[in-house]
Design a binder for this molecule. Structure first.
Ligand code: UT7
Length: 329
């Protein structure tokens, strides 16, 4: 039995200004607006300028989320930063957010586990709160995917964008209905389906492998597709069972914004109408760690959740990993 419960206190996001349309991509890639929209649902994405700091983007999203929660940096005692594109190999982004926002008293670390990482960070933050080890947590998801996507590879270049999102999780006050009710997750170890082959300790970056473009994401899109559809649907039923509710009682589903077809196929397997699923990938593409907090931010700002409503975050990605977190808002 947990000592405390968890409340979503505020949300925020940050988007780089530059918008890139499908039409723009056709100037450098053998692709078309029709192919991209039909196969993915994506129409535009935002790109950070070269040299932009991912930690600063995350800090901007956190600033907005704190304001939304009517809290200040003095309240924050933990910073979790989910990303696959940190500013440096060392140091980690959470420490740079602490400096950027001048947060006086916070612990923190990065979660570096692909597109499921944001939901895993949410699970971890919630456990700190439930155990009484933290009261106010910045859970940031931020990525500059354009730093790891090969602009010449049409199978990945059209899918991704850059963005940051943040959810402030706090200890729920006594008598509050807000709570984390269920969590699921798992791993299916793999380094072939979605991998950056070089630049790590196993294959350090050399001039040769750089010239072979091994520092960019290599993906077997079809395999990710099948895995994602399966994990999406099973996680929703497992989490609902844990929480003791029916999927039809979920007010909204906040999925990793991977591909419209993946989300639609998955939802068909669950007892949930498509209009309850938050999708904004048409505007932003797949922004990895930022998709879930940005979609939740948009849903709350559009009045899609009232206090007491059930919602679930659900994600999957490189690893292969999957994770979900079911809340009463
Ligand atoms: O966070 C997780 C990250 N992973 C993902 O987001 C990927 C998940 N997977 C997907 O979204 C889909 O698998 C893709 C959108 C990547 C691909 O869709 P698909 O329906 O699985 O297509 P496919 O890979 O089977 O390719 C079909 C055809 C191929 O041509 P041929 O061999 O049939 O002649 C590809 O070469 O489409 C071609 N193709 C393209 N054509 C135009 C691949 N990318 C493009 C493109 N424009 N951008």
């Amino acid at each position: 039995m947990s000592l405390y419960q968890v409340r979503v206190a505020g949300t925020g996001r940050f988007l780089p200004e530059r918008i890139v349309t499908n039409e723009d991509l056709t100037k450098t890639l053998d692709t078309s607006d029709e192919w991209i929209v039909k196969r993915t649902g994506i129409k535009t994405r935002h790109y950070a300028e070269p040299g932009a700091s991912n930690a600063k983007m995350g800090a901007e999203a956190a600033r907005a989320a704190l304001e939304d929660a009517k809290l200040t940096v003095d309240d924050v005692d933990l910073i979790l930063f989910a990303t696959v594109t940190p500013d440096y190999r060392l140091p980690f982004c959470a420490s740079l957010v602490q400096r950027e926002l001048n947060i006086p008293n916070a612990n923190g670390f990065d979660v570096f586990s692909g597109c499921a990482g944001y939901v895993q960070a949410t699970q971890t933050a919630s456990q700190f709160i439930r155990a009484g080890a933290a009261k106010t947590v910045l859970v940031i998801g931020s990525d500059i995917m354009t730093s790891i996507i090969d602009p010449k590879d049409r199978s990945t270049a059209v899918l991704f964008g850059d963005a940051a999102g943040c959810v402030v999780l706090t200890r729920a006050e006594e008598g509050s209905d807000s709570a984390l009710l269920a969590m699921t997750g798992g791993l299916k170890g793999d380094d072939e389906v979605l991998v950056i082959p070089t630049g790590g300790s196993k294959n350090p970056l050399t001039k040769e492998n750089y010239d072979e473009r091994g520092h960019y994401v290599v993906m077997k899109g079809r395999d990710v597709f099948r895995f994602a559809v399966d994990r999406f649907a099973t996680q929703i039923s497992e989490a609902c069972e844990q929480a003791g509710i029916k999927p039809s009682e979920l007010k909204i589903v906040v999925p990793h914004q991977v591909n419209r077809r993946i989300i639609e196929s998955a939802v068909r397997r669950c007892d949930i109408p498509l209009d309850r699923v938050i999708m904004n990938l048409d505007k932003f593409g797949n922004t990895s760690g930022a998709t879930v907090p940005m979609a939740l931010d948009e849903a709350i700002k559009n009045g899609r959740l009232d206090r007491g409503d059930y919602f679930i975050m659900v994600a999957f990605g490189s690893g292969l990993a999957w994770a979900s977190a079911l809340f009463r808002y």
